[in-house]
Design a protein around this ligand. Sequence first.
Ligand code: DAH
Length: 363
Amino acid sequence: MTDQSRIEDLRTAISAEIAAATDLAALDQVRVAALGKKGSITMLLAGLGQMSPDDRKVMGPLLNGLKNSISAEIDARNTALRDAALAARLASEKVDVTLPLRKGPVARGRIHPISQVTDEITAIFSDMGFSIAEGPDIETDYYNFTALNFPEGHPARETHDTFFFPPDENGERRLLRTHTSPVQIHTMESQRPPIRTIIPGRVYRCDSDQTHTPMFHQLEGLVIDTSSHIGQLRWVLEQSLAAFFEVEHAEIRFRPHFFPFTEPSMEVDVRCDRSGEIVKFGEGSDWLEILGCGMVHPNILRMAGLDPDVYQGFAWGIGLDRLAMLKYGMNDLRAFFDADRRWLDHYGFRPLDLPTLFGGLSS
Ligand code: DAH
């Protein structure tokens, strides 16, 4: 066999291996076996040095030609394999840019009506110069009842259907607050008058039907100054109710009532029209009971360390869930706390539509 035909056989063998390499790793193995440090072609080229000058003259160009053509074949195969790999990836990762966008959390999420109503009321009272306070959900009997002038054993304590915790080592039973009024005391203990504060929060009573849930929400209002009076209370309630229901006027009427922590105590009704499907506020000949209020009882001021001969004030308490139901037309309170996505999609509010007085509360 001539040298030339041996070289041709080698070329044919390596070419076949190149053609058989189906991925870049296999192709690289072929390259190393032929052209690497100890590769078959490299070894042949290394042998040139030992040849006679005449042989070298013949074999040199043949071997270099072999090396160059195999190199070129490997490069071509390399390009083809890369192109094929890219084409396969493009095919598998194909994106249809005409598909509709998937909505992000800001577009999908909803603000619960209670949060919305709390934000609306907060915007209204912030505008009137009120601050916002919060207090603990777990209270002592002292703050929930005694400091609010509920005498020991007074029947008014029983009307609150209180959830009590088991007694601690001192025999004291903590409780889940039954109203936001205890935060009146915390507020008066921690800051000096003038006080103008609203207190939104969760409250708890052992009760459940269409309009009662064991946990619900109240908003307490407290104003303490040297000259606060019932006229101001009436103005604050009328203005804030009109702003909340987004009507021109919210006419209210006071009815005498009893709360241990206010004297005099009143219940407030707001004028409305209940003849149609939905309640309309500010017009009509019906009245709807909406909140409790009164002038802060001197005992409360004393209990909180304020001199009732110097300071006086008014307070009110209103149910936020009831307000939400009236304004947005839901009729079953229990659905508020079912965490049903469909209900929230329907009654919830868009997260970026923050209620403001200038931009509109519920628009
Ligand atoms: N705390 C009362 C309740 O839950 C509501 C209330 C009535 C609060 C009169 C007040 C008030 O601040 O003055 O039934």
